[in-house]
Design a protein around this ligand. Structure first.
Ligand code: ATP
Ligand SMILES: Nc1ccn([C@@H]2O[C@H](COP(=O)(O)O)[C@@H](O)[C@H]2O)c(=O)n1
Length: 221
């Protein structure tokens, strides 16, 4: 059982994926955390993230390891816990440039497919290109959306006023444009993905919809 959950920034991918994985006894993989981790390593090692050739040259160096327990998501870079540092504004602002570099994507996709293959009961994998590129044969594909206004309001609540709602919205829209516009596996809905607009739904309602879709697929097999 492989569940691919893609969508723009802040649509609820992580919250939904973790809850669905816990409910169904599946593993969980946050691929955005992996792109953030390699971005953090580039910044920490003085690599100019806007120099694609320099990023490509270093892409094979950091060892990135993701935990797949939905109750305790974990990520290490060269053995160091990176779960805090990868969430800084500095990393968020740089991640789209790093993730657009083909050599970075090749490396991450290799790690992601290995995680999926190793999951004992199946896995929920969230990202931007899971249904289109990483796991095109996923059993269930979901594409989450929500209006920019709703996403910014939810994110600002999380940031506890550290950034205005307008700035948060502008940053989300900018990141989506970069992720959708890159050449290599851009953010996109797979043709066979089910689109779920979460703008007017509670998290529980979104989780119920995804669990129901998985149940339908299981029953049909
Ligand atoms: N259906 C929902 N209703 C209300 N709030 C939600 C819903 N889904 C997610 N949230 C909240 O919205 C915020 C963003 O959710 P989450 O981190 O899961 O999104 P994401 O798509 O994984 O974001 P990113 O792409 O930036 O990693 C969180 O504060 C989360 O609690
Ligand atoms: N499959 C993916 C997942 C993520 N990215 C890039 O990482 C950034 C951070 O993702 P979050 O989910 O943690 O917000 C995202 O903006 C993309 O640039 C990706 O390219 N492919």
């Amino acid at each position: 059982m492989i569940v691919a959950i893609d969508g723009p920034s802040g649509t609820g991918k992580s919250s939904t994926s973790r809850a669905v994985a816990s409910r169904l006894g599946l593993s969980y993989l946050d691929t955005g955390a992996q792109y953030r981790a390699i971005t953090w390593w580039m910044l920490a090692n003085g690599v100019d993230v806007d120099d694609a050739a320099a990023v490509a040259d270093q892409a094979g160096k950091p060892a990135i390891v993701s935990g797949t327990d939905p109750a305790a998501p974990a990520i290490t870079v060269d053995g160091v816990d990176a779960s805090g540092p990868i969430r800084t504004q500095e990393v968020t602002a740089a991640v789209s440039a790093v993730s657009a570099v083909p050599e970075v994507r090749t490396r991450m996709v290799e790690i992601q497919r290995a995680c999926a293959a190793a999951a004992p009961a199946g896995i929920v994998v969230e990202g931007r290109d899971i249904g289109t590129t990483v796991l095109p044969d996923a059993t269930v594909k979901i594409y989450l959306t929500a209006s920019a206004e709703v996403r910014a309001a939810r994110r600002s609540g999380e940031l506890k006023g550290a950034q205005s709602v307008a700035d948060t919205q502008a940053a989300l829209v900018r990141r989506d444009a970069a992720d959708s516009g890159r050449k290599t596996s851009p953010l996109a809905k797979a043709d066979d993905a089910v689109e779920v607009d979460t703008s007017e739904l509670t998290l529980d309602q979104v989780v119920e919809q995804v669990v129901a879709l998985v149940g339908e697929k299981r029953a049909a097999r």
